[in-house]
Design a protein around this ligand. Structure first.
Ligand SMILES: Cc1ncc(COP(=O)(O)O)c(C=O)c1O
Length: 460
């Protein structure tokens, strides 16, 4: 291969630009203090490179913007709904398709119906909104990703897989009548954006069949997961990304999607299923809380853009660029000596803050310290995925820490160029230089659920 072929170029050209504001470190210092050292509370105008999330932050294509203009805004039976429904039916193979305004609305509806006190949900790793929606009903959410996946350094192809040995034990422990659903999250966002293999989902299907359990696929990054399967799992080399996604989705009983990821749109969600009785219950809740069944909280133009996005996301040039550009950031950080979760996942690079800031005790949140330092040094915004997000307290008020103290640099789709990413890499030189001087944080305010969004901190 010639050198030119090795260069990773963005497979699109830029038609419209949005200015970024350059600020000083002093300015950012004041803004961060005002925000209670929680970057969720910063104004986006004060952020230079926003890696807070890949959710709803992507750039739409010219075709999607064209679809925005032709969206049908009829309340019922809109053309744009028919377009979306046919694309989603083809992708999932499921007959009952409900649109929602975003992923957590689908979660609230489905888990609100399935959950309740005494019920148990089992997943590779529940995403934060998934866990919150389940626990809000009084049910319990249990994560059983393989133990090896908790080790940020072990190089395995499918570190998102659910632990197939632990699952039968849990079914026995709680009784299958109490298991509300098994949820497989692909890729597994909360444990490093790691992929799930087809073999794992097939084996999971068999366990669910044997025990009469409902299998939900939380597949907001189903296209990115398909990329890893094609390139890492034997037998899929000659299948298209879309065929791989279709095969996986047909293994589920229900599919939840935050379309703000692989739907390539800024807002939208989906809830689809095979069972008619369950779909009727979901429809009722949808109408009460989201909107009529043919728009579910979305405008016609949103549904049009989503229908187009769900086709574009399987384009091989796009997916190759997407996965390789995330790996570019991760591989270069690793080469600098920054401890990253390995191998690099699909939508984000995860940094092991416990290792980077090994002098900061866990109850002083090393991940939050790194998040703040990245903003101070480079105007980069990102999120802690550790004990701020997942920590709990025991009855004495002592922190029960999360399994890992990670910081996520999520890459918005089709937004930043390689030079933006090179800037992020430069900022890490400063981070490495000042790592020993960095101090931890304490929480001064926290809400009862999803505390990372609105918690306030003070520097120690
Ligand atoms: C795996 C997973 N499930 C569910 C959600 C929730 O989706 P939304 O943010 O659209 O409500 C997310 C969002 O990041 C996610 O990553």
């Amino acid at each position: 291969m010639s050198k030119r072929q090795l260069t990773l170029t963005e497979p699109f050209k830029i038609k419209m630009v949005e200015p970024l504001r350059v600020t000083t470190e002093e300015y950012r210092h004041n803004k961060l203090k005002e925000a209670g050292y929680n970057p969720f509370l910063l104004r986006s105008d004060d952020v230079f490179i926003d890696l807070l999330t890949d959710s709803g932050t992507g750039a739409m294509s010219d075709k999607q913007w064209g679809g925005i203009m032709t969206g049908d805004e009829s309340y019922a039976g809109a053309r744009s709904w028919e377009h979306l429904e046919s694309v989603v039916k083809d992708l999932t193979g499921m007959p009952y398709i409900l649109p929602t305004h975003q992923g957590r609305a689908a979660e609230r509806i489905l888990y609100g119906i399935l959950g309740g006190k005494g019920k148990v949900f089992i997943s590779n790793t529940h995403f934060d909104t998934t866990r919150a929606n389940i626990e809000f009903t009084g049910a319990t959410a249990i994560d059983i990703v393989y133990d090896e996946a908790q080790d940020p350094e072990i190089d395995l192809p499918f570190k998102g897989n659910i632990d197939l040995e632990k699952l039968p034990k849990l079914i026995k422990q709680f009784g299958k009548e109490n298991i509300a659903a098994v949820i497989i999250t692909v890729t597994n966002n909360s444990s490093g954006g790691q992929p799930v293999s087809m073999a794992n989902v097939k084996a999971l299907r068999k366990i669910c069949d044997d025990n009469n359990l409902l299998l939900v696929i939380d597949g907001c990054r189903i296209a990115e997961n398909s990329y890893f399967i094609k390139h890492r799992e034997k037998g899929f080399e000659y299948k298209t990304y879309k065929e791989i996604a279709q095969e996986m989705l047909r293994l589920g009983d229900a599919f939840i999607m935050s379309a703000k990821k692989d739907g390539l749109v800024n807002i939208g969600g989906l809830l689809t299923m095979k069972d008619e009785a369950l779909s009727l219950k979901c429809k009722n809740l949808l109408i009460i809380s989201e909107g009529f069944t043919t728009y579910g909280g979305l405008a016609g133009r949103d549904m049009e853009a989503l229908a187009i996005g769900l086709k574009e996301v399987f384009d091989p040039d796009y997916l190759h660029y997407r996965i390789r550009s995330t790996a570019y950031l991760g591989e270069k950080l690793r080469a600098k000596g920054v401890p990253v979760v390995w191998p690099i996942g699909g939508h984000a690079v995860y940094i092991d803050a416990k290792k980077l800031y090994c002098h900061i005790p866990i109850d002083q949140y090393p991940g939050q310290a790194l998040v703040c330092d990245l903003y101070l040094k480079g105007g980069i915004r990102c999120v802690e995925i550790g004990s701020v997000m997942f920590g709990k307290y025991d009855k004495n008020g002592q922190l029960i820490p999360a399994a890992n103290e990670l910081v996520r640099l999520a890459i918005p789709r089709r937004v930043y160029t390689q030079s933006h990413i090179d800037f992020v890499l430069d900022v890490f030189d400063d981070i490495l230089e000042m790592r020993e001087q960095t101090k931890g944080y304490r929480i001064t305010y926290e809400p009862p659920f999803l505390r990372h969004f609105t918690a306030l901190f003070e520097k120690n």
